[in-house]
Ligand binder design. Sequence first.
Ligand code: GDP
Length: 195
Amino acid sequence: MKVNHAEIIISAASKKQYPNEPIPEIALAGRSNVGKSSFINKMIQRKNLARTSSKPGKTQTLNFYRINEKFHFVDVPGYGYAKVSKKERAKWGKMMEEYFAEREQLRATALVIDIRHKPTEDDCMMYDYLKHFDLPVMVIATKLDKIKKGQRNKQIQLISTTLEMEEEDQLIPFSSETGEGKDLAWRSMLSHLEL
Ligand code: GDP
């Protein structure tokens, strides 16, 4: 997939601000610091369009990126902040619900997790949450460059069994360092976008 054009359209704090062009969307979720911004930047070949290492506690928004004028990536704020207040968490929950329950353009989601570790409880909760909306979930197991080749299969097994991944969902080993997995990730995304 060649990305000729990628721009951030809006950081939306509420539903009123969502772009209303009827083009398909993929939402990207993941724990804070897992490597989600690096994944987005690698996919769209930009060094720093998606902000890396967004700090917990700052304003929570849905960031809409328009790619090649044809579809949107929607960067969903990271979850699993240990120190976030109850109020912040409730706000986050409301924003997620508003988006995932009602967004007609949404075709699929990508859940970014760390291939080095067993998925956390938060990762499992997010997978179940997305499935509850009947959405296809591509599990992007990133930081592939940080494990030995001999460990790959074991980690892939551990992730798919811990998340209890459904048959229809694909697990994609990925590295933002080396670009490994990028073609597979695009193929999977394009199949959901039906472009
Ligand atoms: P985000 O908070 O989920 O958006 O995470 P970032 O994209 O900011 O990444 C967090 C840290 O992990 C940064 O220091 C990145 O450079 C590093 N990182 C992200 N992806 C990879 C990867 O595939 N390989 C390696 N080695 N480091 C990565």
